[in-house]
Design a protein around this ligand. Structure first.
Ligand code: ATP
Ligand code: MG
Length: 137
């Protein structure tokens, strides 16, 4: 069983599609091991996306991720990391395959509805970054 981290980003929370996105996970065999709604501050969002700190869009990314509440989940299941990335679709929603979360709910490359861990190592680190052991069930 694998675990991976998902974030429903501020654009999707504002649109009122938390339930529709969670349904994509559950309908595709991913179990919700943890879930919470939080307002990130610039320090927490900046640390989370520290790998991108030298990219030109870093400032906007942190601003966007703190523009409203997010929902953070731990998803569990067979091939959970890759399965979640498949369900999400490409980073740019214009390039995302039909039927993916980003194709259906995202508007732009920055407001792209969801985050998903992109390796098992990152998944483990990202889960630890947001959740205590007791919160992941
Ligand atoms: P995420 O890490 O959020 O799951 P991803 O792995 O598909 O998305 P990354 O390359 O890790 O994409 O980029 C992280 C986030 O930075 C993207 O989700 C997007 O919101 C933003 N981003 C990436 N590229 C650009 C860009 N060229 N312009 C603006 N924002 C971008
Ligand atoms: Mg990424």
């Amino acid at each position: 069983m694998e675990q991976t981290l998902s974030i429903i980003k501020p654009d999707a929370v504002k649109k009122g599609v938390i339930g529709k996105i969670v349904d994509r996970f559950e309908s595709n065999g991913l179990r919700i091991a943890a879930m919470k709604k939080v307002q990130l501050d610039a320090s927490k969002a900046g640390d989370f996306y520290a790998v991108h700190k030298d990219r030109p869009f870093y400032g906007e990314l942190v601003e966007f991720m703190t523009s409203g509440p997010v929902v953070i989940l731990v998803l569990e299941g067979e091939d959970a990391m890759a399965k979640n990335r498949d369900l999400m679709g490409a980073t740019n929603p214009k390039e995302a395959a039909k039927g993916t979360i980003r194709a259906d709910f995202a508007d732009s490359i920055d407001a792209n509805a969801v985050h998903g861990s992109d390796s098992l190592e990152n998944a483990a680190n990202e889960i630890k970054f947001f959740f205590s052991k007791e919160e992941v069930i």
